[in-house]
Design a binder for this molecule. Structure first.
Ligand code: ZN
Length: 312
């Protein structure tokens, strides 16, 4: 089988207050907290994963909540927009919900022919709810307040802001197997036919954009999906053949990863489907207690003491 990138795996962003972040994504947006762990490189910081019921790649938004973090700034060389897929007819529900919870949002607009409701999370991260043109049969997580008929199904697209789109486009098309499918104003849309959903990368080309500042309310990296480690390592070769530097394979407990900075400056990750999130807790238990990688297990008491308290 041809080795292809299977759309988005996860997106990682930076938040400030952990409780505020948790409350917004689980209670207002109705996503499931799939995993509560720590930043593997800084165990005094949480790492939260929010997504569907089982942690399907393409549904997962993760955060490092750093209390008191300075506000970042969107700009060139970063992912500046996250689009979630929602069911047809749900945008009015969401608009009312955003009004109820004082979530900053725009009116419903159109992008590439699709209805879009743009909003911001409490840290100022830019998000959109989009009714995709193609049918989305993914099964969402359901809560008492956000039922399946309106619930977020997973990612639709990610938007990268770049001064010039060409070098990044070449990575998307030549290495990842995406195709240019359309342009609208200064937006260029790329899509892969390897998957049905979470298949789109939009590039917002802005030659005058300042360099983005990665801190609170901005995205840290975008992870693309491959099925297994063999495919992951095949992509490592392909990226190196483009003259780019890429890390060794890193074990992130729930997936294996490679990181590289694409020519436009955005930090890209490639991550595997295996082993998934139901490794250290069952599907029913996902996100219910703090999970630590082996190397921090002996320090659980100190780590728990250093982390801010989180009320469910
Ligand atoms: Zn990642």
């Amino acid at each position: 089988m041809e080795n292809k990138i299977l759309g988005l795996h996860h997106i990682t962003a930076i938040a400030g207050d952990a409780q505020r972040n948790y409350d917004f994504y689980t209670k207002v947006l109705g996503l499931r907290m799939l995993k509560k762990t720590v930043n593997f490189d800084d165990p005094k910081t949480y790492h939260f994963y929010f997504g569907d019921g089982v942690g399907t790649p393409g549904s997962i938004l993760t955060f490092f909540p750093w209390p008191g973090v300075k506000q970042g700034e969107n700009g060139a060389g970063m992912a500046t927009g996250i689009g979630y897929s929602v069911p047809e007819g749900s945008l009015e529900f969401w608009k009312e919900r955003f009004e109820k919870f004082n979530v900053p949002h725009n009116g419903i607009s159109k992008k590439f022919g699709e209805d879009v409701l743009a909003f911001q999370d409490p840290d100022g991260l830019n998000l959109e709810l989009i009714v995709p043109e193609n049918k989305d049969v993914r099964r969402p997580w359901e809560t008492a307040a956000v039922k399946a008929k309106v619930a977020i199904k997973g990612f639709h697209n990610v938007t990268l802001t770049l001064k010039d789109h060409k070098a990044t486009a070449e990575i998307l098309t030549d290495v990842f197997g995406y195709e240019l499918v359309g342009t609208e104003n200064n937006l260029v849309r790329f899509k892969t036919n390897a998957v049905e959903n979470a298949a789109i990368v939009d590039i917002l080309e802005d030659p005058k954009a300042g360099r983005g500042q990665n801190a609170g309310g901005t995205n840290h990296h975008v992870a693309f999906r491959v099925k297994d480690e063999e495919t992951l390592m095949a992509f490592r070769e392909k990226v190196m053949q483009k003259g780019l530097q890429i890390t060794e394979k890193i074990n992130r407990d729930y997936f294996f990863s490679l990181y590289f900075r694409e020519p436009g400056g955005v930090l890209f990750e490639i991550a595997t489907d295996n082993p998934g999130f139901a490794t250290d807790e069952t599907v029913e238990e996902l996100g219910s207690s703090l999970q630590l990688p082996d190397r921090y297990k002996g320090a659980r008491a100190q780590i728990e003491k250093a982390l801010p308290e989180l009320k469910q």
